[in-house]
Design a binder for this molecule. Structure first.
Ligand code: 2NL
Length: 461
């Protein structure tokens, strides 16, 4: 059985007696033997043993120098050749004053895989391995380079020499076909572009975004401030019992805060109630664990009170710090730090005034310095005093109630109205508007949902 390339040579329709076949064989198999068979059918076959020598350029140059014919046609052993290959190339060159002929399409027969692939079309002057022919006289002035691959460019002066177009009809048809295909693609793209156009001048769709209520914003801010100095956040129920809200906090039966006119009771026995401060959260926290404690408790609180500056539901933040050797100096330092951070000022005047709460001893009220400038309140400057919070050292009776040894542990506590803090910081005058759920009010006074307060980025903008 002959190799495919040998069959292609034999199958050429060019008159065999006028065709000389030169083979440079560098294979190690018995190709030469097999060619004996071919020799019988091709009278002018000459085979050169090229074993050990390599380089396509060298091989081609060698063959050129030994060829007797006027026109030389190149074959590669791994390419496909149609039966008209030789006659087409020879006729084309004979009828032309040009010296070389090339083909723009390259067909390769992959011997192992038994498949034919094509590449191209190349530039019409591109001579390929598949179809490449020239007159002998051309070879007198042009040489193949001594390289293994891509020998044609050196021989054809990079395909710039005038060349006869082989398979010109087929090339033309291919060209037309390719053009039709790209035109079709292009028209499809244009159609799509036309139908799917986007009007970039159209205004964007508005989207509705909620706002963070100033109370929530301030809770976020104070939580951020206190957590940086070691306080953790605790929460508890709005509905409390008498014990956690009053008794445990050393508030006697006779205390006016316990009056029906001050507290919302939920039953006749005055056991269940709405918490009047967030202190019960601290009581619960201390009961369920052991000192030290360093916590804040923000949340809703309720008192039977309603006017321009009082709402029956309001918000409170309480702080508690219990440890060995905690004293009033720590309380003052903590609150001074808080006030500066919260109002975002470098300096602020602060004063402690003696006061009374049943759950602290001693107790104090804290005032900060302020002034009115251009009708607006300015915290930290001026010689007016503004009361902002209540505090004190936790009463030994409270510590006893939560099973903390007051000889070993003591500490401070404070309570501050969150709504008032929000009004002061953000210049909101009427407390009642806080809880009327007027979306227009919230749109104006509310905060961007992504503008979360942090100590590093700044609490507010
Ligand atoms: C105010 C005063 C204050 C406390 C709250 C507290 C809590 C426990 C023990 C002792 Cl568990 N004290 N809280 C202490 C002093 C004052 O609030 O005017 N709040 C708006």
């Amino acid at each position: 059985m002959l190799d495919a390339w040998a069959r292609y040579i034999f199958l050429q329709d060019y008159p065999k007696d006028r065709m000389e076949v030169l083979v440079a064989d560098d294979s190690t198999d018995n190709t030469l033997k097999k060619l004996e068979e071919l020799k019988e059918r091709l009278p002018n076959l000459r085979v050169f043993n090229f074993e050990g020598r390599n380089g396509n350029g060298i091989k081609r140059q060698w063959l050129i120098e030994r060829a007797a014919g006027d026109i030389l046609v190149h074959f590669d052993d791994d390419d496909y050749y149609s039966p008209h290959r030789v006659s087409h190339a020879v006729e084309s060159l004979q009828n032309s004053d040009k010296l070389i002929a090339g083909c723009t399409m390259l067909y390769i027969w992959h011997v192992e895989e038994q498949v034919l692939t094509k590449s191209g079309p190349f530039h019409q002057n591109h001579a390929t391995n598949a179809t490449f022919a020239y007159k002998k006289e051309y070879a007198e002035h042009n040489r193949f380079a001594d390289v293994n691959q891509q020998t044609e460019p050196s021989f054809t002066n990079n395909f710039t020499n005038p060349m006869v177009q082989l398979n010109s009809l087929k090339t033309k048809v291919t060209e037309i076909l390719e053009k039709k295909l790209t035109d079709f693609d292009q028209s499809e793209i244009n159609k799509k572009l036309k139908n799917e156009k986007i009007d970039v001048t159209l205004p964007g769709r508005t989207y509705l975004s909620g706002k963070i209520h100033p109370v929530s914003q301030v809770i976020g801010e104070v939580t951020s401030i206190f957590s940086e100095i070691g306080f953790s956040v605790e929460e508890g129920p709005d509905v409390e019992n008498e014990y956690y809200n009053f008794s445990a906090l050393n508030t006697p039966e006779s205390h006016p805060a316990r009056d029906m006119h001050d507290t919302f009771y939920l039953d006749r026995s005055k056991d269940l109630l709405l918490r009047t401060h967030t202190s019960p959260v601290q009581i619960r926290t201390m009961l369920k664990s052991k000192p030290p404690f360093k916590i804040i408790a923000p949340g809703r609180t309720y008192r039977h009170d309603s006017d321009q500056t009082h709402s029956p539901m309001f918000h409170q933040l309480e702080g508690l710090h219990i440890d060995k050797n905690v004293n009033m100096g720590h309380l003052k330092g903590c609150l001074y730090y808080f006030v500066k951070k919260f109002f975002e000022v470098e300096k602020v005047k602060i004063r402690f005034r003696p006061s009374h709460f049943p759950f602290t001893e001693p107790s104090a009220e804290v005032d900060i310095g302020y002034k009115i400038q251009d009708g607006k309140i300015k915290i930290g400057e001026g010689d007016k005093w503004l009361e902002i919070l209540g505090c004190g050292m936790v009463h030994p009776n409270v510590l006893k109630n939560v099973k903390v040894n007051s000889k070993q542990y003591q500490g401070y506590a404070f309570g501050v109205g969150i709504d008032r803090l929000a009004m002061l910081k953000y210049g909101i005058n009427d407390l009642r508007a806080f809880f009327e759920s007027d979306i227009r009010w919230l749109e104006f006074y509310g905060f961007d949902p992504l503008d979360v307060p942090t100590n590093y980025r700044g609490l507010s903008r």
